[in-house]
Design a protein. Structure first.
Length: 124
């Protein structure tokens, strides 16, 4: 099995897309057999062809969504909400219309460690 770096993999992907689109009437197996001489695993070609069917062939960089920024006022509200409170990041995320992951990152930046409630053990 040959390990391919990113640029070579991208070039291979482009070649496979082009060849497959030119010979679409001859089905996938024709494309697979054509590229088998390069000693790259068959599963790689099937994965590339599957991507061309379900997704666009172009590689997407990032999620495409810009991260939401919070104003200083909102940050102060978040800081006050977490002052001496426990595990409320999901509710705060809904309140500020941001993800729970973003709340965690902001708390880390503000140097606040959210505490989790622990059940007390009854010793009877």
């Amino acid at each position: 099995m040959i390990k391919i770096n990113s640029s070579k993999e991208e070039a291979l992907r482009i070649r496979v897309y082009a060849f497959f689109n030119e010979n679409r009437s001859l089905r996938k197996i024709f494309t697979i057999r054509h590229f088998m001489t390069e000693k790259i695993p068959r599963s790689t070609f099937y994965r590339i062809l599957k991507r061309s069917e379900y997704f666009s062939p172009e590689r997407k960089q990032g999620s495409g969504q810009t991260p939401k920024k919070m104003t200083k006022v909102q940050l102060n509200k978040l800081k006050k909400a977490f002052d001496h409170k426990d595990n409320i990041s999901r509710r705060q995320a809904k309140k500020f219309d941001i993800s729970q992951q973003m709340v965690s990152k902001l708390l880390e930046k503000l140097q606040i460690t959210p505490r989790k409630k622990h059940k007390s053990i009854n010793k009877n």
